[in-house]
Design a protein around this ligand. Structure first.
Ligand code: SAM
Length: 277
């Protein structure tokens, strides 16, 4: 009887997000296919999982898929994991899943962390209809073409991005999609987890000025919703909410100015004029 192919989600930063079922299945399977054996061995050691690891990454997906299908057909059970999150989501798994379906092998997903879901649910943007677009192309022309293709989708757009391309991508998003509401979720589930929410113009201005690090999810409102979303907070509201989150007033003024894409002195001027009205 053929074995089962398990697709096992692993943490995107916080080891506490590993599910009991993921641990049980990884302990029980004959083979664990992973992107980077050294990286995954650390995770497995943490949970006392001593499975047989084989590499399965974007450069050997085709050949490794055939080998894994042979093992599955012969009765071995196989789990696929990726470096982080859910295999198949901007990570290898698709080829082996296709091959397993063709070979009549059973596939069992073991759900768990996935960065775009965590990013969108905390973004504050609508979650009734979501379009996940993975990574935008790295070349400007192709990126803008892709953005034009998805610009009319009536759903919240969710994208992955690298820190060094974030500012450029936000500028392209602004120019192609218009000045929609958006959120940047950074380092989800990790020590330096952070959200920045605001218009695309304010976020582009912030990240053009800031050298950002870490892993990033971009969330962008659907077309035509600028007028239907809650009116943007004034700078004074924004400062109050930052102070409520523990920032001292000076740091809050600095961050709010950044979020609104204006200078500190302009932010201060706006706060004073809001007080007078
Ligand atoms: N398979 C993963 C998943 O389920 O989300 C995605 C892997 S993809 C190669 C890596 C990208 O996912 C990162 O560049 C970033 O955009 C996003 N990502 C992964 N972990 C993240 C985190 N902790 N916080 C924010 N974004 C994250």
């Amino acid at each position: 009887m053929p074995g089962t192919l398990y697709l096992v989600a692993t943490p995107i930063g916080n080891l506490g997000d590993m599910s009991l079922r993921a641990v049980d299945i990884l302990r029980s399977v004959d083979i664990i296919a992973c992107e980077d054996t050294r990286h995954s061995r650390k995770l497995l050691n943490h949970f006392s999982i001593s499975g047989k690891l084989v590499s399965y990454h974007e450069h050997n997906e085709d050949t490794r898929s055939s080998e894994l299908i042979e093992k599955l057909t012969a009765g071995s059970s196989v789990a696929v994991i990726s470096d982080a999150g859910t295999p198949g989501i901007c990570d290898p798994a698709f080829r082996v899943v296709q091959a397993a379906i063709a070979a009549g092998i059973g596939i069992v997903p073991v759900p768990g962390p996935v960065a775009f879901v965590a990013g969108v649910v905390a973004s504050g943007l609508a979650t009734d209809s979501i379009f996940f677009g993975g990574f935008l192309p790295s070349k400007k022309g192709e990126r803008r073409k892709r953005l034009a293709e998805i610009s009319e989708i009536p759903a919240t757009l969710v994208l992955y991005e690298t820190p060094h391309r974030l500012a450029k991508s936000l500028v392209d998003c602004l120019e192609v999609l218009g000045d929609r509401s958006a959120a940047i979720a950074r380092e989800l589930t990790k020590l330096h987890e952070e959200y920045a929410r605001g218009s695309l113009s304010a976020l582009a201005a912030r990240y053009l000025a800031e050298n950002v690090k870490g892993e990033i999810v971009i969330v962008i409102d659907r077309p035509g919703s600028q007028s239907t979303v809650a009116p943007r907070a004034t700078i004074a509201d924004h400062i109050r909410s930052l102070v409520a989150r523990g920032l001292d007033p000076k740091a809050a003024l600095k961050m709010a100015a950044k979020d609104f894409g204006i200078s500190k002195s302009e932010a201060y001027r706006q706060v004073l004029s809001e007080k007078e009205t």
